[in-house]
Design a protein around this ligand. Structure first.
Ligand SMILES: NC(=O)c1ccc[n+]([C@@H]2O[C@H](COP(=O)([O-])OP(=O)(O)OC[C@H]3O[C@@H](n4cnc5c(N)ncnc54)[C@H](O)[C@@H]3O)[C@@H](O)[C@H]2O)c1
Length: 432
């Protein structure tokens, strides 16, 4: 049976390498559409968890997985050899940066190697990890064609970026248009046919490199606009203006404006990381992407700005940072997710500790964390007593479940970096 027919009849077996924030929701969506899905991951706990029908990702409930596992539509393995049976292989492994802030392609390279070892004719292979423009044709294609098979005739190769937004209840994977760029027209056609089975709108582009650039552009767009509004927040602070008021009023313009909000610094696996992928690639073309550098210098400065804000609030109470008790509320990189990756809270905890503060934190999603200097911290439970004994509460992540009014009413001072207290008026709450 040809691949097209296997896709249309749901006979196709879909292998997904990397069952994290991207891979698992994608697996659930595809299995719900009636395909058999095999997740392949190096993490034994994750593999066992899927096979037990139990979720480890906030956006996916165990009840989403259980019936799919029971029906034989979803399973997981650590054995890459099983990929040989897959008709379609999606690669959703991490793409971090190394200490020099250059792309760390080791995960993509090792996943590609595993695919190449059990590759067979007519397979559709799609890279979904966010990466620099050129990855699919420069890194994947040569390895996959090494044994003599040709992309576009013997197998199909494409790039299709993942655009899910963890914690976002409004857009499910099937509602988010999917951009697809194949190495040849036939590759694009096959990939479009596959994704159209479970995604409402599929957007073909001319090449995998174009699709890679689309994703990087989207994320850098956010990074740069956040930097701009962060800079505006610092200026408004100096001018005695309320930046949140300015943004809200500007947002009433029905066209040509999109609201971005200031914060304590960038976090997560994507927005602070992806610009480095483009900057690195651009250098191969003697090109320096200046906006990225500029945005990074502003965004990286935000934790320092927040520390100065805390110091100034304490100063108003005739106290210094040194020796003050500071409670950091919410440490994840954004609200309502259990993800600590690149969170600005980590930098803030370190900076405040370096200045001699007695810092502790509360986060219902993160029971404990380890700072770069090796210090282990545990989330402290919120209580009247705790807030009474705290000199300043610093809101870093505005989780929906926090009782903000009670927190404000029991605290001596609050620095709110997320405008979480917008519905409450307290004189001792200072916003970014
Ligand atoms: N998290 C997001 O919001 C998001 C959104 C869009 C795109 N992305 C991109 O998607 C990609 C994956 O991100 P994520 O957030 O899902 O990462 P993740 O860390 O949550 O998951 C990655 C999974 O891959 C597994 N893995 C690592 N190396 C492997 C290998 N060689 N073989 C098999 N499994 C391997 C890990 O054990 C883990 O389970 C990244 O490129 C990221 O930039 C992420």
């Amino acid at each position: 049976m040809q691949l097209n027919e296997k896709i249309m009849t749901r006979e196709a077996l879909v292998g997904i390498i990397g069952m994290g924030y991207v891979g698992l929701p994608m697996a659930v969506e595809i299995a719900r559409a009636g395909f058999r899905v095999l997740g392949v991951d190096v993490d034994e706990e994750r593999v066992d968890s899927i096979n037990r029908g139990s979720s480890y990702i906030d956006d996916i409930a165990s009840e989403d997985i259980e019936p799919l596992v029971a029906q034989g539509l979803l399973g997981a393995t650590r054995d890459f050899g099983e990929l040989g049976q897959a008709d379609i292989v999606l690669i959703c492994v991490p793409t971090p940066i190394n200490r020099a802030k250059d792309p760390d392609m080791s995960f993509v390279a090792s996943a590609t190697e595993q695919v190449a070892r059990c590759q067979r004719a007519q397979q559709l292979i799609v890279l979904e990890s966010t990466t620099y423009p050129g990855t699919t044709t420069e890194l994947l294609q040569p390895r996959l064609e090494k044994e003599g098979m040709k992309a576009g005739t013997d197998f199909y190769l494409a790039f299709s970026p993942e655009r899910i937004d963890p914690g976002n209840k409004r857009y499910k994977p099937g509602d988010i248009p999917k951009v697809v760029g194949g190495v040849t027209e036939k590759c694009t056609e096959r990939a479009v046919l596959f994704y159209s089975q479970f995604i409402r709108k599929v957007v073909p582009v001319s090449s995998p490199t174009a699709a890679e650039m689309v994703k990087i552009y989207e994320n850098i767009f956010r990074n740069i606009n956040i930097a701009f509004v962060n800079e505006l927040a610092m200026l408004c602070d100096r001018m005695g203006l309320d930046v949140w008021e300015i943004i809200d009023a500007a947002s009433t313009k029905p066209y040509g404006f999109m609201a971005f909000y200031p914060g304590p610094g960038l976090g997560g696996h994507c927005i602070p990381v992806d610009p480095h992928y483009l900057a690195w690639k651009a250098k191969h073309y003697d090109f320096h992407v200046k906006f990225i550098e500029l945005a990074a210098s502003i965004n990286d400065n935000m934790p320092y700005h927040v520390c100065r804000k805390v110091a100034s609030v304490l100063n108003g109470m005739r106290k210094s940072v040194n020796g003050s008790r500071i409670l950091v509320l919410g440490v994840t990189y954004k609200k309502d997710v259990a993800d600590l990756r690149e969170s600005p809270a980590l930098r803030l905890l370190e900076l405040l500790r370096q200045q001699g503060a007695d810092v502790f934190y509360n986060d219902p999603y993160i029971p404990e964390l380890i700072l770069e200097d090796g210090a282990l911290m545990e989330s402290v439970p919120l209580s009247d007593r705790l807030l009474e004994d705290t000199d300043c509460v610093l809101i870093v992540s505005d989780h929906s479940g926090y009782p903000y009014e009670w927190i404000a009413s029991q605290s001596k001072a609050v620095v709110d970096t997320r405008n979480a207290m917008k519905h409450h008026t307290f004189d001792h709450v200072v916003r970014l």
